[in-house]
Design a protein around this ligand. Structure first.
Ligand SMILES: Cc1cc2nc3c(=O)[nH]c(=O)nc-3n(C[C@H](O)[C@H](O)[C@H](O)COP(=O)(O)O)c2cc1C
Length: 344
């Protein structure tokens, strides 16, 4: 039947229908993805388990952590965000779990922010102090957290140690001195990262290295998530993924998976070569995508994965503590009784 169709129907007609069927299949798949994202992300609403509220709290306290670890912390930074953050913590404690590890950390970051301003004799907005007192009433005693202060020597001391020590010693570094990174270190890091696994070894990852200060500054201005440290970057790496290597609807997100794995590997490779970096999102809407593509000179057939601001850290600097979830929170071991239930 298939051969008969091929014999009697001209090839351009078959191609026309094939293309349209593939297009419809792809659109249906993207709609399926979009519905899941719309319903389950926190774009539109909060949930009744607090997962989305915790994520919002983490995002907000992380901005405060970053502010506290900037090369030059600006007194009075982030006061509007701080008001929101305290409100969100109070709301979480009222409706959900007072003992949640992330809420505990958020409260400690709030306390660190208040202490930092007290120690520097800076008068914060009175509403912050009053809300903070409400939080203490709800939560009880709060011990201030302490962001990490470290020397360059100590930060790179584990780069030749066991994987456990090496991996645990990498952090996002948002402070660089004006020392030039030897380009060979970047080249060697990219070379190591070529060992990243990829789907059917198709190696979708592509890397762009920017060295011109003016261009770096233009790109980082569009990126937008590097205030207070981006201007110190000595080099900028952009990672993309080439879509031409994928061939079916089911691979529509593969570029981001392969690209994400590559990105982690290059972060490790840079750390191994004692180059500090901070991975920065390339999360864009269509307008920003076009602008970024134009300024960075990225081909239409590639998608952005992420960028990394790179530099040599100063002799001493600070690192945001970026508290992780516990193993229990993020891991589910499926008992064999459950496996029977799942596959029946
Ligand atoms: C895809 C991605 C995008 C990120 N974007 C930014 C960003 O725009 N600005 C920033 O300062 N940090 C950014 N980060 C860094 C995270 O804040 C950081 O990885 C996280 O807090 C964990 O800290 P660590 O890298 O020190 O372990 C990003 C991280 C990832 C993985």
């Amino acid at each position: 039947m298939k051969t008969l169709v091929k014999k009697w129907i001209p090839y351009p007609v078959i191609l026309f229908f094939k293309t349209h069927i593939e297009r419809i299949n792809l659109l249906r798949a993207y709609l399926h993805d979009a519905e899941r994202f719309l319903y389950h992300s926190s774009m539109l609403q909060y949930d009744n388990q607090g997962i989305k509220l915790v994520a919002t709290i983490i995002r907000n306290y992380h901005v405060i952590e970053k502010g506290l670890t900037m090369p030059e912390t600006r007194l009075g930074f982030g006061q509007d965000r701080m008001l929101q953050l305290i409100d969100q913590c109070i709301r979480y404690i009222s409706y959900f779990d007072r003992n949640d590890e992330q809420i505990k950390h958020a409260s400690q970051v709030i306390a660190e922010y208040i202490t930092f301003h007290e120690e520097n004799n800076y008068q914060l907005n009175k509403a912050i102090i009053s809300k903070y007192n409400d939080l203490i009433l709800k939560y009880g005693r709060i011990d201030a957290s302490s962001q990490i202060s470290i020397s360059r020597e100590d930060y790179f001391a584990k780069t030749n140690k066991s994987f456990l020590e090496f991996s645990s010693s990498r952090s996002s570094i948002r402070n660089y001195c004006n020392e030039e990174i030897p380009i060979q270190k970047i080249t060697d890091s990219i070379d190591i990262a070529r060992n990243t696994p990829s789907a059917c070894n198709r190696q979708t990852s592509r890397v762009y290295v920017y060295t011109d200060k003016q261009q770096i500054s233009k790109i980082l201005e569009i990126q937008g998530g590097n205030r207070g440290f981006g201007h110190l970057a000595n080099k900028l790496i952009i990672m993309t993924a080439e879509l031409g290597v994928f061939n079916s609807v089911s691979e529509r997100n593969q570029a981001f998976i392969d690209g994400g794995m590559y990105a982690m590997n290059i972060l490790y490779s840079l750390h191994y070569h004692q180059v500090a970096g901070c991975i920065l999102n390339c999360s864009t809407d269509p307008k920003k995508d076009k602008e970024l593509r134009r300024v960075c000179g990225i081909k239409e057939s590639e998608v952005f994965i992420a960028m990394i601001s790179c530099g040599i850290p100063p002799k001493t600097f600070k690192i945001a503590s970026s508290k992780r979830f516990s193993m229990d929170y993020m891991t589910t071991y499926i008992p064999s009784i459950r496996i029977k239930e799942l596959i029946s």
